[in-house]
Write a protein that binds this ligand. Structure first.
Ligand code: CA
Length: 165
């Protein structure tokens, strides 16, 4: 009986050690940048000094995702530096879903639909590769490092909407 209890405790301890060692169980909270404490409207999360974000997990084409954001009076998210990249990762990692950024191919580069400059990028290695010549939209996987990929706009992804507030 006693041996069984000791064995059970040891097995449990081993299981917990393995589970806690997995990064996705711990979450990236220690690495997450601090954000302004300026309040957002209900259901929105502070992103930077002038924007709050909402993660829409439902899978949608780029166009449909854009419509969802616009219906909320928002744009699809634009990301302008590494702090913002880490922040959006911190806010979405738990879903593990890829999401559209508000950028589309324009000429030889990309541009943001919210009118801001495409002045920073977190492309995955080998991206953008414009496979088949039809990858005009940009998707980000919730990863701490570079994880962007150009993708066909008719694929279905989640989206992060960003609203000035
Ligand atoms: Ca690609």
């Amino acid at each position: 009986m006693r041996l069984a209890v000791v064995t059970a405790v040891l097995l449990l301890a081993g299981f917990l050690r393995i589970e806690l060692a997995r990064p996705h169980r711990q979450g990236p909270s220690r690495l997450c940048p601090r954000v302004s404490e300026k309040p957002c409207a209900a259901g929105w999360t502070r992103f930077d000094d002038h924007r709050c974000v909402k993660f829409i997990e439902t899978l949608k084409t780029f166009q449909a995702a854009q419509d969802v954001c616009r219906d909320l009076g928002a744009d699809m998210l634009s990301v302008h530096n590494e702090v913002q990249l880490k922040l959006v990762f911190c806010q979405t990692w738990i879903t593990r879903r890829g999401f559209w950024l508000g950028a589309q191919r324009s000429g030889s580069g990309f541009e943001y639909l919210d009118g801001s400059d495409f002045d920073y990028s977190g492309w995955s290695r080998g991206q953008p590769d414009n496979t088949g010549g039809h990858e005009d939209c940009v998707v980000m996987r919730p990863r701490g490092g570079p994880s962007w990929n150009d993708l066909n706009c008719s694929e279905k992804k989640s989206v992060v909407c960003a609203k000035k507030m």
